[in-house]
Design a protein around this ligand. Structure first.
Ligand code: DQA
Length: 261
């Protein structure tokens, strides 16, 4: 039989992109701060043809003005066509660009979801299961990515699998973890953790990455160990360890050959 990586049993269709298919999804973050820069970046990134775009709205000058934020998201949608959008307003404590109030953040999420502008919405595990489940009621069925970031270290494999499970229990349709390995052993522990989660809870797509030079390899090879999406830079990445979209596209073809149907 042809080689296939360990895929989730319940992949998520986001526009033309399958999150949890044979190749990990290549997602390119948009990090412009004003409408002009955001539009220009969306055009450039669209031309690179990533599988998904992450709108990092925590970078926006006007993020707490919901009407303006919706206008900007609509403008991005008009430029990128059916390329799926992962909408993220990252909390400052987990490497967000700046502090954004919870109310304007959630209001923006709800309004954006009502208009079906994003295909996926990111919310951090730190809010807790009750808040996440409540928010989800107002997201018009848009799937939720529940995220956790360890900016300094790497939890044990068991803890990683537990965190991912906790995210699903908190209402996540997709589980996400980002760590910072400080050694090669940390990298292996991290990938063991994502693989352990895939084995124990095969239904759910996983987004995960590691930062730093040691961690970089996880952004290319993670698909072999239960990771279904990798971030790659378009104009300017949201994390210095992201590699250019074209680089990851080339490498994906080699590591994850698509099986003949
Ligand atoms: O959480 C993540 C992961 C990330 O920080 C990375 O490691 O590439 C990039 C962010 O834009 C995204 O929201």
């Amino acid at each position: 039989a042809d080689f296939v990586r360990p895929m989730p049993t319940h992949p998520i269709q986001a526009g033309p992109t399958l999150l949890g298919g044979e190749q990990p999804v290549i997602c390119s973050p948009l990090v412009g701060k004003n409408l002009k820069a955001i539009k220009a970046e969306a055009k450039t990134v669209k031309a690179l043809n990533p599988d998904m775009v992450e709108v990092r709205a925590d970078y926006w000058d006007f993020i707490e003005d919901t009407d303006k934020a919706i206008e900007a998201l609509q403008a991005i949608r008009n430029i990128i066509g059916d390329t799926p959008i992962l909408l993220t307003v990252r909390v400052a404590e987990e490497r967000g660009f700046k502090k954004v109030g919870q109310k304007p953040k959630f209001d923006f999420y709800k309004k954006a979801a009502a208009l079906k502008l994003p295909n996926l919405i990111d919310v951090e595990l730190v809010y807790g299961a009750d808040t996440i489940k409540n928010l989800k009621k107002d997201l018009n069925g848009v799937p939720v990515v529940v995220a956790y970031h360890d900016l300094k270290g790497t939890p044990s494999s068991e803890e990683i699998a537990n965190i991912l499970k906790k995210e699903i229990d908190a209402g996540g349709d997709v589980a996400k973890i980002v760590v910072k390995p400080n050694s090669q052993a940390d990298v292996l522990r991290f990938l063991n953790g994502t693989l352990e989660f895939r084995t124990k809870n095969p239904a759910y797509p996983v987004i995960a990455s590691a930062s730093g030079q040691e961690g970089r390899i996880t952004r290319l090879a993670g698909g072999l160990f239960g990771i279904d999406l990798t971030f790659a830079s378009g104009v300017k990445g949201s994390n210095p360890w992201q590699m250019p979209v074209q680089t990851v596209q080339e490498i994906n073809k080699v590591i994850y050959p698509v099986t003949k149907k």
